[in-house]
Design a binder for this molecule. Structure first.
Ligand SMILES: CC(C)(COP(=O)(O)OP(=O)(O)OC[C@H]1O[C@@H](n2cnc3c(N)ncnc32)[C@H](O)[C@@H]1OP(=O)(O)O)[C@@H](O)C(=O)NCCC(=O)NCCS
Length: 262
């Protein structure tokens, strides 16, 4: 396993800073490296750095390099795609404030027995099952070079890790206490980060996603946790519809995500 501490390779005026993503390596069964900073002027410099990192880390077929960059830096994007990087998603970071959010404005969302409860060990198998089948719009599932099995395993692993960490995991249950969805959140210095959420894929598109997010926002608002941030993929129209319906999100960052498969 490579170090998670960022390392920098420098060739004359160009440089590449990278770090391994251990959980991706584990679940995708490859070496996944995030390029955190890639500074170059010419294609030759970028090519040289790419060659150097591949050699230094002994990267092999199927290993993944990814980077997030501004969609406005067209020259950078052009050079990267000419070297084999490909755009896999556009992601936006959004934030909103629940101080003035009024849950009663959505009275049509009668709860009909649906509840968001703190997840216990007994909820975990159902949550893992949902996590392993619900996600389709993320860059791991969209990339044909990444086996879907690995991408699913990654989300199952995410739930398992969250249960053991300081993140908060909620089970979304129906009137019969059957788990039909989940929500994972984390506190950070700027407020609350919405990490991961899903509805059982056999039940999507019936308004339950809106109910799930409505329930989460109601809990957060009641607690006084009103400053919320999250990151979503612009490919994910269902979740975009949920956010724009329930709140007024402010876009704080737009990033183009690129993959490069060795
Ligand atoms: C995101 C998610 C929770 C939403 O749940 P849902 O049950 O589909 O949501 P709802 O039915 O309450 O509402 C979704 C809205 O998006 C719309 N929508 C759903 N799928 C859509 C699609 N593919 N394209 C466009 N709109 C879509 C629905 O029509 C609905 O709007 P409407 O009520 O105006 O018709 C669910 O789709 C899901 O679990 N997705 C996989 C996991 C995920 O992406 N999580 C979010 C990021 S962590």
């Amino acid at each position: 396993m490579f170090t998670v501490t960022p390392r920098t390779i420098t060739v004359r005026n160009a440089s590449l800073t990278y770090a391994a993503i251990p959980w991706d390596c584990q679940y995708l069964d490859n070496t996944t490296i995030q390029i955190k900073k890639f500074t170059f002027t010419t294609k030759q410099e970028a090519k040289h750095l790419l060659f150097t990192i591949t050699k230094q880390l002994k990267l092999a077929k199927g290993d993944l390099l990814f980077l997030k960059t501004s969609p406005l830096d067209i020259k950078h994007l052009h050079i990267l795609t000419s070297l084999g990087f490909y755009v896999i998603e556009e992601a936006v970071e959004i934030s909103f404030d629940l101080s003035d959010w009024n849950p009663n404005a959505f009275s049509q969302h009668a709860m009909r027995g649906y509840r968001l409860v703190s997840a216990t060990k007994s909820h975990l198998p159902s949550i893992k099952k949902i996590a392993g089948s619900a996600f389709t719009h993320d860059r791991y599932h969209l990339d044909p070079n990444i086996p879907a099995r690995g991408a699913n395993k990654r989300f199952i692993g995410w739930v398992e890790t969250s249960m053991k960490s300081t993140d908060e995991v909620f089970a979304f249950v129906d009137a019969n206490s059957v788990v039909i969805g989940f929500f994972i959140i984390a506190k950070n210095p700027d407020g609350t980060n919405l990490r991961l959420a899903a509805i059982d894929p056999s039940l999507v598109g019936k308004g339950l996603g809106k109910l799930l997010y409505y329930s989460m926002f109601s809990i957060l608002k009641k607690r006084g946790d009103t400053s919320i941030q999250t990151q979503i993929s612009l490919n994910n129209t269902a979740v975009l519809n949920v956010y724009t319906y329930l709140v007024h999100p402010k876009v704080t960052r737009v990033e183009m995500v690129l993959h490069f498969i060795v």
